[in-house]
Design a protein around this ligand. Structure first.
Ligand code: FAD
Length: 369
């Protein structure tokens, strides 16, 4: 089969990119090793305000809004923060991805589920489907295949090195209060946090951290047992890798480019990647469309991680700081400092600033000079 573009991976990044490319009249195929876009889901699915304001997401698939955050120190001391406006909504991810796939097929994207990509090179993608090997021909390849991108490796692009592992259970709501509870304790979640995200309809209980010497499943069990609320039976279990080293530098070649987690488009501080998946994919679609139209390497040269990395310096620095918090004593002291009047604003900024992954504009005129 011949296509203009083959998108590998039908997560948020791949679905967004595929739809936008097909809307430009290009022949697009999207493949995923999963038999359905509805599962298994690996993310909690917390969207920040700027994402649902800037992207046409189906509001009925986003849970009730959350304004309250409570930080807990290792000794269990709570530190509540309240936003002026609604800041977070938990996406009903299976339905949301199904909706995005429908938008793709309406735009003309061909969908091939249950197709594992085993190799790709200039203009071809090899898949295994129902035990059979097939080759798809495409002028350009989009690697939207997650944190451990095979496309990145095959096309000689950069690969994520710094990864957290996250694991969670979805349970019935623990209360009617809509709160994001964040537990800072390096014994529980080394380098990140434990969370209970409760939107009054469902709750997500999870932990994430650096894998070395840490057992996420055991940590999640201990965490669940330690919670002060009665917790119902798990409806769903989720988990996966989260790249937190910041966006990669070399993310495009004449044969293909990377989007979403494959490109490391995740906040090194909060580990949120849904906004980055949508924003970087939108820019990628613009770059690919122009590149296939004009064939100029200067267009592709604009799709480099270096343009984004400068915007993440503070967040990358704070990630390094989080990595050094290895004892409960240090975490306790850090949270005690956050209670100081001047530093409270920093905590509020981390949770409630209307920040997002940077938006980039393609400079077409400049690229033709
Ligand atoms: C536990 C956890 C909780 C998280 N919570 C949040 C959150 O609340 N908010 C937030 O903003 N971010 C969160 N993140 C991060 C966020 O989920 C990701 O950044 C985002 O989902 C990335 O989307 P993506 O489309 O790039 O990748 P993915 O969603 O990982 O999609 C990649 C797709 O590629 C497919 N694939 C991979 N290899 C192949 C292959 N060889 N052949 C065919 N298909 C392949 C996979 O099956 C998958 O469907 C969380 C991550 C984890 C692990």
């Amino acid at each position: 089969m011949n296509y203009d573009i083959a998108v590998v991976g039908a997560g948020l990044a791949g679905l967004q990119c595929a739809r936008l490319l097909a809307s430009r009249g290009l022949r697009v195929v999207i493949v995923d090793r999963k038999p359905s876009v509805t599962g298994p889901v690996h993310t909690t699915g917390i969207f920040v305000r700027k994402t649902w304001e800037d992207f046409p997401l189906p509001h009925e698939q986003l849970g009730p809004p959350i304004r309250d955050v409570v930080l807990y120190s290792p000794a269990g001391r709570p530190f509540p923060l309240r936003a002026q406006r609604d800041e977070f909504r938990i996406g009903r991810m299976a339905w949301l991805q199904l909706w995005m796939l429908e938008q793709c097929t309406r735009a003309g994207v061909e969908w091939i589920p249950g197709a594992k990509v085993i190799a790709c090179d200039a203009q071809s993608v090899t898949i295994v489907r129902n035990g059979k090997r097939e080759t798809l021909r495409a002028r350009f390849i989009v690697g939207a295949d997650g944190a451990r991108s095979m496309v990145a490796e095959q096309l000689g692009l950069d690969r994520n090195r710094e990864l957290l592992v996250g694991i969670e259970e979805v349970v019935p709501a623990i209360s009617r209060e809509r709160v994001l509870h964040c537990f800072v304790d390096p014994r529980l979640a080394p380098g990140y946090i434990g969370w209970v995200a409760n939107d009054g309809e469902e709750a997500h209980i999870g932990v994430a951290g650096y894998r070395r010497g840490w057992d996420p499943s055991k940590a999640l069990h201990r965490f669940r047992d330690s919670l002060p609320w009665p917790v119902g039976r798990a409806i769903e279990r989720r988990g996966g890798l989260i790249p937190v080293g910041g966006i990669l530098r070399h993310i495009a070649s004449p044969n293909g480019l990377l989007v979403g987690d494959a490109a490391g488009a995740v906040s090194p501080l909060t580990a949120g990647g849904l906004d980055g998946a949508l924003r970087l994919s939108s820019f990628a679609a613009e770059v690919i469309g122009a590149y296939l139209d004009h064939g100029e390497s200067r267009i592709l040269a604009q799709y480099t991680g270096d343009r984004f990395r400068a915007r993440f310096i503070a967040r990358r620095w704070m990630r390094q700081a989080m990595r050094t918090v290895t004892t409960p004593l240090v975490a306790e002291a850090a949270l005690a400092m956050v209670r100081l009047p001047g530093l409270r604003a920093v905590a509020e900024h981390v949770f409630f600033a209307r920040g997002s992954f940077p938006d980039m504009k393609l400079e077409l005129a400049a690229s033709r000079v």
